[in-house]
Design a protein around this ligand. Structure first.
Ligand SMILES: [Zn+2]
Length: 491
């Protein structure tokens, strides 16, 4: 089908027609997690948003190379140029090697993403595995005159860059704004200007994560990794760079400036940003200490949660809002999402049972068109879900014989539902947990034994024997005692 995908570009502040630089190939880079703690709800949103984009671009026929990095070095506390490395701090507190911390939380992140049905990216590079590329980037920026060295550290010269180019192009801030909002921190005296940011930091003697460089034994500044790894895997110019809105400044602004300073031209064509998840109106995040881990949602083990929520409920909850709107956490909203998802899944199961008729009262082609239009309108997943609810109502009407559908349309309806609900939105049917299933099966056995008891009371020996014999044949041991009948499964 003709591609009319419109996406909102943070750089131009408007919706633009998506035209890849090298169709049918698409390069997509998304900032991944800093792996020093468990993934929380705030991490789920960019992962799911860009998973849907990844899936949809492939549906449109593009060959997508999706790079999502793992930040395992250089991300200092408070996102600033001073303070302790987030991973090194965790390692120090728990007396581990930093790479043990990285390994542990990367595996847990993958598990959470798998539960949310987030597809793995094509490449998942680690910042610590690309120190050489980052040093090379810093050298180029120095050679081009947009950085300076001081005491073994290298800083980006924001004022000089701003004279030649435009610092603030992405975030809409100008240099004066930046200067007014930059906090004076200890150790800032090495910088010519408080707005300058580190490209390379000389490591203090106690700093454990360090590499040799032309300037000092040290480590790269946080913003370097994405510029260096984006170029390595997607080229000097690529299509889409994504992340949460909280990354627009300083992270993406600095990335953008580094790219121009090193390569002489803008690197990214479309910048996409998802909005935040809030809790009582405040951003949910580790730095705010108000976050709920994904594993806590899945088990219900957090004081703010009234019950557990399955990974698909979380996914559905996030997709029910447009990715550029805020989503406020709340039990009521999650419970509504749980019910809504169940309604969709019930309709999908009903769809498998309905019989075709001679005529169609459902406009399937229009439904398909509307779902594509919603996705093409800056990935309006909320709208897609509302169309799927319309489809669910139509399915229930057909099942209730209040509407009919021809065989060809029935196939088309199944295909449309599958494509949008499962392939593009990435929902999946969830079976109950094993313990929940066992409990339900046990109750069925109890029910049969009650019927046997009733049959005995009515002296219907044929029925009571039949129930006992058939349960025994299935491996159940039935014991009649003074306290009633007990059972266990011997297999
Ligand atoms: Zn990044």
């Amino acid at each position: 089908m003709e591609n009319k995908l419109m996406i909102y570009n943070t750089l131009t502040r408007k919706k633009e027609l998506f035209e890849p630089l090298n169709a049918p190939n698409v390069g997509l880079y998304v900032c991944g997690p800093t792996v020093y703690g468990d993934a929380h709800l705030g991490h789920a949103r960019p992962a799911i948003t860009f998973d849907v984009l990844f899936r949809y671009l492939q549906t449109l026929g593009y060959k997508v190379r999706y790079v999502r990095n793992i930040t395992d070095v250089g991300h200092l506390e408070h996102d600033a140029d001073e303070g302790e490395d987030k991973i090194a701090k965790k390692a120090r507190l728990e007396q581990l090697e930093p790479m043990e911390v990285v390994q542990h939380y990367t595996l847990r992140y993958h598990k959470a993403m798998e539960a949310l049905n987030v597809l793995p990216p094509s490449i998942e590079p680690h910042a610590s595995g690309h120190i050489i590329e980052q040093i090379q980037l810093v050298k180029e920026i120095l050679d081009n005159g947009f950085a300076y060295e001081c005491e073994g550290s290298v800083y980006f010269d924001v004022a000089k860059y701003d004279k030649a180019h435009n610092y603030g192009i992405l975030s809409g801030r100008n240099l004066d704004d930046v200067l007014n909002t930059t906090r004076e921190l200890d150790g800032q005296q090495e910088k010519r200007n408080p707005a300058d940011f580190a490209l390379w930091k000389c490591a203090q003697p106690e700093h454990i994560m360090r590499w040799p460089s032309p300037w000092s034994d040290g480590f790269p500044g946080w913003h370097c990794e994405c510029t260096a790894m984006g170029r390595k895997y997607l080229g000097e110019q690529f299509d889409i760079h994504g992340g949460g809105m909280d990354l627009i400044f300083p992270h993406h602004e600095c990335e953008s400036a580094q790219g121009v300073a090193a390569m002489g031209h803008p690197v990214v064509k479309y910048w996409l940003h998802n909005n935040m998840i809030t809790i009582n109106g405040q951003k949910m995040g580790k730095s705010y200490n108000n976050f709920i881990n994904l594993s806590e949602f899945f088990t219900g083990s957090h004081p703010l949660l009234q019950q557990p929520y399955t990974p698909m409920t979380i996914r559905f909850f996030i997709l029910q809002a447009h990715y550029r709107s805020t989503v406020d956490f709340g039990n009521e909203a999650l419970q509504a999402a749980e019910k809504g998802l169940q309604r969709l899944m019930d309709a999908w199961n009903t769809l498998g049972t309905i019989a075709a008729g001679d005529a169609t009262t459902v406009d399937v082609a229009a439904l398909r068109g509307k779902c594509y239009d919603a996705m093409n309108d800056d990935m309006n997943t909320a709208q897609v879900i509302s169309h799927l609810f319309d489809a669910s109502r139509a399915i229930n009407q057909i099942a209730d014989k209040k509407a009919t559908i021809t065989a060809a349309d029935l196939d088309e309806l199944k295909e449309t539902f599958r494509l949008f609900a499962f392939d593009i939105l990435g929902l999946k049917e969830e079976r109950g947990s094993d313990s929940g299933r066992e409990e339900a099966f046990g109750k069925v056995v109890d029910m049969l034994l009650e019927q046997r008891q009733a049959a005995k009371a009515a002296k219907d020996w044929a029925t009571s024997d039949k129930i006992r014999n058939e349960l025994q044949a299935l491996g159940f041991e039935i014991k009649d005692g003074k306290e009633g009948t007990t059972w266990k499964l011997n297999r």
